[in-house]
Every structure is written in C-alpha cells, then in structure tokens.
Design a binder for this molecule. Structure first.
Ligand code: PXL
Length: 260
C-alpha cells in the first residue's frame, strides 16, 4: 500500500522549525508522503525574521495544478499564505477540488512578532478559505482577529470558536497556548459539540513552529483516516512531547523536536 499523501500550502522557513519545513518533517514522522506548494519565502532564524517575499499567485497555482492531477492528496493543510490575492487564488483552486480534509492554520504573526498576513487579508481568509475548512486552528490572537474582537480567556475563546463555525468551517480548534494558567487547554468545537484538550503547560523557549507542527500532525492523522477528535488528541500529545524534547538549537526561540 502506498502511504497517504499530505499536501501543505505554506511559507518557507529556511531555519526548518516552522512553515512548510515543519509540515514536511511532521508528515514524514507520521508515515505520510509530504508535498509542499510554496506561497512565500521568509528569511529567518530562531532570533528573528529579516525578510518576507510573496510569490505570485500564478506561481502557487502552477504548483497546485502540477501536483494535484498526478499525486492527489488525502489531506491538505494551509499555513502562511501572505496576501488577499494569494488566499483568493488558493481558495478558488481548493473550492473546485473538495473531497479530502482541509486544515486551515490561519497564520498571522510569527513567534518573533513579525506579521505574515496583512490586516486587509484577514477578510479574504474568513470569506474564501474558512468556508472550505474541515477544521481551522487559530491561537487566541488569531481567533480574535478573525472574529473582530479580542480573546483574553477561555470564555472569549469559546465565543470565538462558535463565531468561526458560523463562517462555514466544519470544526474549529482554538489553541490555548497563549493563556497563563497551568493548563494550556485547547477547545475543539465540531458538529457533535465541544471537546476540551488540556495539557500541562511547559515552560520552554522552544516554541518556534509549534502551531505549524500541531496543524501538520492533525493533517497527517486525518490523511491516515482517523476521525477528527482522535486526530486532535494525538496531535496535541505530539506537540507537547515535541516541545518537551526540543533539540536545543539556535540562540533564540528554538525549534521543537519533529521526531518526537
Ligand atoms: O509558525 C507560524 C509560521 C508559519 N509559516 C512560516 C513561518 C512561521 C513562523 O515563523 O515562518 C513560514
């Protein structure tokens, strides 16, 4: 049996901790065959982002067309897409090719605070991409930005999750990593209701790419045919372990352990 194919549509992080590099490593870790369509190229390391260059939408569409007809994916993930024009191009492509799970990680700001999505592109995300999503995985900041408010606590996160489901996303998983309590609890809202995913918060500097790695693990488990709730529980456990066993690389916000 060939392995399931997982495709990421995301930005490049040359330091290998986040972006499409984190996605490919995580797909590989779970036995999926990983493919990547590049949307933007960052220049960065664990200490900061020095440059972001967006690719032309036609360049992204050409990559998607090339791989889709020859190696149809079992699950697709989106990461940093970079502009309203790019989001509209990607969503337009995916709208005509439904049928496999779509995991939308609404990447907006890097761990260093560098903006990866301009504010005027947030609306393109909610209007065009979220309605296609099987699951969308915002952190508290992104959940607030996508719903036109601020998320400061678990009650805000719950409200934002329901508001995001109203955009047409089949499920919403709001990550609780930005909280200050000892439990970094995520909240999943799907057609069946709510599922809380608690995990002991780790005091670690190695959090570069945690969001990408989590969404990529979720994508891999869905590509392998697991139900969403099971996939979410496993992805959460994986990221926790990946932070706990981080390799200690770089002088700044270091990468997690993608072999965890
Ligand atoms: O973790 C968010 C993220 C996504 N994609 C790219 C990134 C980052 C964070 O640095 O660089 C390309």
């Amino acid at each position: 049996m060939p392995p399931p194919i997982a495709l990421t549509i995301a930005g490049s992080d040359p330091s290998g901790g986040a972006g499409l590099q984190a996605d490919l490593k995580t797909f590989h870790r779970f036995g999926c065959y990983g493919m990547s369509a590049v949307t933007l190229i960052t220049a960065q390391n664990t200490q900061g982002v020095s440059r972001v260059d967006l690719l032309d939408p036609t360049v992204v569409l050409a990559q998607l067309e090339a791989v889709w007809c020859d190696l149809p994916p079992a699950a697709v993930k989106t990461g940093a897409i970079g502009s309203a024009a790019l989001i509209e191009a990607v969503a337009g492509f995916l709208a005509t090719r439904r049928g496999c799970p779509l995991i939308v990680d609404p990447v907006m700001i890097s761990k260093h605070g560098h903006r990866l999505l301009p504010e005027d592109a947030v609306r393109a995300l909610t209007e065009h991409l979220l309605p296609l999503a099987s699951v969308v995985t915002p952190n508290w900041h992104e959940a607030g930005a996508l719903t036109g408010g601020l998320v400061h606590n678990h009650a805000d996160a719950r409200r934002a999750a329901y508001a995001l489901r109203a955009t047409g996303a089949a499920a919403v998983l709001v990550k609780g990593g930005a909280g200050h309590d000892g439990l970094s609890a995520d909240l999943l809202v799907d057609a069946e209701g709510e599922l809380e995913l608690p995990a002991l918060r780790l005091a670690s500097r190695a959090t570069h790419g945690t969001g990408c790695t989590f969404a990529a693990a979720l994508t891999a488990h869905l590509a392998l045919g697991q139900p969403l709730r099971e996939a979410a529980i496993r992805a959460k456990a994986f990221v926790h372990h990946a932070i706990a066993t981080a390799p200690g690389l770089g002088g700044g916000v270091g990468p997690v352990n993608h072999w965890a």
